[in-house]
Design a protein around this ligand. Structure first.
Ligand code: FAD
Length: 465
């Protein structure tokens, strides 16, 4: 039986495996998916998770629950030797091993792309994983708790300051959602005032959100400013040391919440750890039919999709002629990839990937959003409905859709959940604090003659005790 190995169970990998289960006849191929995480993450929900509007576990899909005919392995792929069709699997426990395959599907996504700016690696946090979104939510809540017990002044305002770096779609959504969250929190913290909260987004370019028109992006800037969230255009972060973010404009912003959303790069572990062809921007060179290779040369038995790959955009759009890294493409590529592998296994020809951009929709905090498709732009409440409607339906599996939709419905009349679970980072703290411990071993009795009266007295005390 041909063995198909899928590297990465995110958007593209999950959809490939899910659709392969539907396409393949029983016994036609054996499918294995390898991912260090036991779930795929619906990343467009991360800003809402950070803002307390979506329960974190609802924004991820358990691989084992929905991939019933696929072998799921909790591990990283750390090497691909395609010349010999073997991958190195490094599990979350135990020793690495070599896994043979006939077809490999590389869908290991992307990681946050940073620059060597002092302090960023140590003090900033990305927003690519559910863990990061939860940590940002909890940090903001902890900071509100700390600020509420401090007297007004710089130390308090520092705790109530948030800096987001990168004005792309993800950055703006995260920034707007966090602003909306912080504003709504103020009614639970009567000690704190709106004027003490400070929100700054730093963008190196002269505009934000390249996915929407300039006019729409300017509306977003004005709308954010009205809500007390300021975007610094044409500005770069030059340092993030000692609790201060330094900017190329000379300004310094004191804060300990620095969310880095300034771009992504193809997963370096998988790209560099293998012998598949890589293009100038570090992505796996992929053909329009999703096989690895170029128009002239096919790398047989190797496929790639999603953020890790450079798939030509046959619509003529894209950046540099390639599909941009987004979920719209990753999902559709995953679905086509399943069809194409099945076709190739049956001796048929694979089809080329062609998808015209549907537009972009972003949530900008509760009851506010922006939608753009071609020249049509919708702003405000209607766009927010479109955002929730689109993503509610796009969430894979009905089991997960229900949880998200039910959560939104509950929030509508119960309000956001503002529970701070930062203490889960140190779950043993209380137990350890009060746990009984064995008494220190008694010092060996010293053989010496004591005065008779003293030893009689101590024996009496011991007997009373
Ligand atoms: C905050 C945010 C908001 C977004 N909003 C939108 C939006 O509104 N619309 C849109 O279209 N797109 C959006 N995107 C982009 C979209 O989520 C990504 O383009 C999409 O997730 C890419 O899918 P993928 O399958 O290539 O990678 P991923 O979904 O990132 O999956 C990669 C998988 O590979 C696994 N992996 C990593 N290393 C290894 C390894 N060594 N071995 C095995 N597995 C590995 C990871 O654990 C992960 O599960 C957003 C992204 C972010 C961060």
């Amino acid at each position: 039986m041909p063995r198909i190995l899928i590297v990465g169970g995110g958007y593209a990998g999950f959809y490939t495996a899910w659709k392969l289960e539907k396409q393949l006849r029983r016994g036609e191929a054996e499918v294995t998916i390898v991912d260090p995480l036991p779930y795929m993450t619906y990343q467009p929900f991360l800003p809402e998770v950070a803002a307390g509007s979506i329960e974190p576990r609802h924004a991820v899909v358990a691989l084992r629950r929905h991939l019933r005919r696929t072998t799921v392995i909790a591990a990283k792929v750390t090497g691909i030797d395609h010349a010999h069709k073997v991958a190195t699997i490094t599990p979350i426990a135990g020793e690495p091993w070599q896994q043979e395959y006939d077809q490999i599907v590389v869908t290991a996504g992307a990681v946050s792309r940073t620059f060597p700016i002092p302090g960023i690696a140590e003090n900033a946090i990305g927003l690519k994983t559910i863990e990061e979104a939860v940590a940002v939510r909890d940090l903001l809540l902890s900071n509100f708790d700390k600020a509420a017990v401090l007297p007004p002044g710089p130390a308090r305002e520092r705790l109530l300051t948030v800096v987001v770096v990168g004005g792309g779609f993800a950055g703006i959504e995260a920034f707007a959602e966090l602003r909306s969250f912080a504003s709504s929190l103020l009614k639970r913290y009567p000690q704190l005032s709106f004027d003490e909260t400070h929100f700054h987004l730093i963008e190196a370019m002269g505009r934000i959100m390249p996915e929407v028109s300039l006019k729409t992006s300017e509306w977003v800037l004005k709308d954010l400013a009205k809500r007390g969230a300021y975007v610094h255009l044409d500005t770069q972060v030059t340092g993030a040391v000692g609790g201060n973010v330094e900017l190329s404009s000379g300004e310094t912003i004191p804060t300990d919440i620095i969310v880095w959303t300034a771009g992504v790069m193809a997963n370096p572990t998988v790209v560099r750890g293998g012998d598949l062809p890589v293009e100038e921007r570090g992505r796996i060179r992929t053909r329009p039919d999703l096989r690895v290779g170029t128009a002239e040369e096919i790398v047989h038995g190797a496929w790639a999709a999603g953020d890790v790959s450079a798939v030509p955009d046959l619509t003529g759009g894209g950046v540099g002629g390639y599909c941009v890294p987004n979920a719209q493409h990753a999902v559709r590529q995953g679905k086509l990839l399943a069809k194409n592998i099945t076709a190739v296994l049956r001796g048929e020809e694979p089809k080329e990937y062609f998808h015209k951009n549907l537009g972009a929709v972003a949530g900008l905090g509760l009851y506010n959003g922006v939608f753009q498709s071609g020249k049509i732009a919708i702003k405000g409440f209607l766009a927010w409905i479109a955002h929730r409607g689109y993503h509610g339906l796009a969430m894979p599996t009905w089991e997960r859709k229900w949880r998200v939709l039910w959560g939104w419905w509950n929030n509508l009349w119960l309000g956001r959940d503002i529970v701070n679970l930062e203490a889960v980072q140190t779950p043993r703290r209380v137990f350890e604090e009060f746990a009984a411990r064995p008494r220190p071993a008694q010092a060996p009795a010293v053989e010496e003659k004591k005065p008779a009266a003293k030893s009689a007295a101590s024996e009496k005390v011991a007997a009373q005790g």
